[in-house]
Design a protein. Structure first.
Length: 351
């Protein structure tokens, strides 16, 4: 199957149409490592070409998300790079194995969209990447400030030429206690930023020794925090970490910030607490059921996720489409680290 670089740039084929997928090959000699990149947007493709040329990697780049129907595109590549935007099913993993794939690099820190155990059972290793934690750290602080300063309501009123100050009075972070759940690189970046605001920080993590913040139990964190910010990976244990019982433990008027993974929150419980006035607001960059909605243009189509529509209608709820990580620095990190991880796998395999 042949592809042209021009078609990659100009194509508007949907990501789930492998027959209309577009791709580009960059060759660096007959002995170069071969890598197939799935679900690659235009700005990622530019970085892959530049870095692939520099690192001597032969690339096949396609806009189409990897699926059972297009797994054969990877034939000849032991390594592939995939996006976090699409769930990779067992049937897709099996098809990749049959195409000779031995390593999947996901261009994300989280890998809950890949069945790692099933992949291992068919001989495929799954690896994630690191990227600048500052991207999500900065964004999280922006969401906190927008939430406590009623930014959504202020902007809506101003757009309607209503310049009155009533109902727009905000809060200052220095007067608040912030609870950070999950103190890895991103959680630590958030805590580092919060120090500059002079607020009290409570932290909870599965690791006993935390860098910064007062280490507390989950119950203590929920009971004493004015803002709860989620930064833990999504696992069976953390699914619906913030559920009805824990939301009820939270202070009246508290805020929830989520730049981690949507299913960390029981959305139905969150909606109920926002609608009955127990919670003061929420800022969500990720949401349960976001798959198939975020990263697409729905202006001329009905959105069927009723929870999303109800949340967006609230003046005290901010929604953004899983974009906290999306900076030029972080994007370059994900591309380079995906390439380097694949090269490292190839070297270990040939030793």
């Amino acid at each position: 199957m042949a592809y042209s670089e021009r078609s990659l740039v100009d194509s508007e084929a949907p990501a789930d149409s492998p027959n209309r997928a577009t791709a580009a090959r960059a060759t660096s000699g007959p002995s170069a490592m071969s890598l197939t990149v799935f679900g690659c947007c235009r700005d990622e493709a530019t970085l892959f070409r530049e870095m692939g040329r520099r690192l001597g990697v032969r690339l096949t780049i396609t806009e189409a998300a990897v699926c059972e129907g297009n797994a054969a595109v990877a034939r000849g590549s032991r390594c592939i790079s995939v996006s976090h935007k699409t769930q990779i099913t067992k049937s897709t993993i099996l098809a990749l194995s049959r195409a000779g794939v031995e390593y999947i690099s996901t261009r994300s820190i989280g890998y809950n969209h890949v069945d790692v155990e099933y992949a291992a059972s068919v001989g495929i290793t799954v690896g994630n990447v690191d990227y600048s934690p500052d991207s999500v750290g900065d964004y999280t602080l922006m969401l906190m400030l927008m939430a406590v300063r009623n930014a959504k309501s202020i902007i809506r009123r101003t757009d309607a030429h209503d310049y009155r100050l009533d109902q727009t009075r905000g809060k200052e972070l220095r007067d608040m206690t912030i609870g950070v759940i999950g103190v890895g690189k991103i959680g630590t970046a958030v805590i580092d930023r919060l120090r500059g605001f002079g607020c009290r920080v409570l932290a909870h993590d599965s690791q006993p020794h935390l860098p910064g913040g007062d280490s507390v139990s989950l119950s203590e964190l929920f009971q004493n925090s004015d803002i709860v910010s989620l930064h833990t990976p999504l696992t069976p244990r953390t699914h619906h970490l913030l559920n009805r019982e824990r939301i009820e433990q939270m202070k009246h008027g508290a805020y929830v910030i989520n730049t981690g993974r949507g299913p960390l929150i029981d959305t139905a419980a969150l909606l109920a607490s926002l609608e009955n006035g127990h919670l003061g607001g929420a800022a969500l960059d990720v949401l349960e059921g976001e798959e198939g909605i975020f990263y697409a243009d729905w202006r001329d189509k009905p959105v069927e996720n009723q929870a999303l529509l109800r949340l967006q209608a609230m003046p005290n709820v901010l929604i953004s489409p899983h974009t906290a990580y999306y900076t030029d620095h972080a994007l370059a990190d994900t591309v380079e680290n995906s390439l380097v991880n694949c090269m490292s796998f190839e070297r270990k395999r040939t030793v």
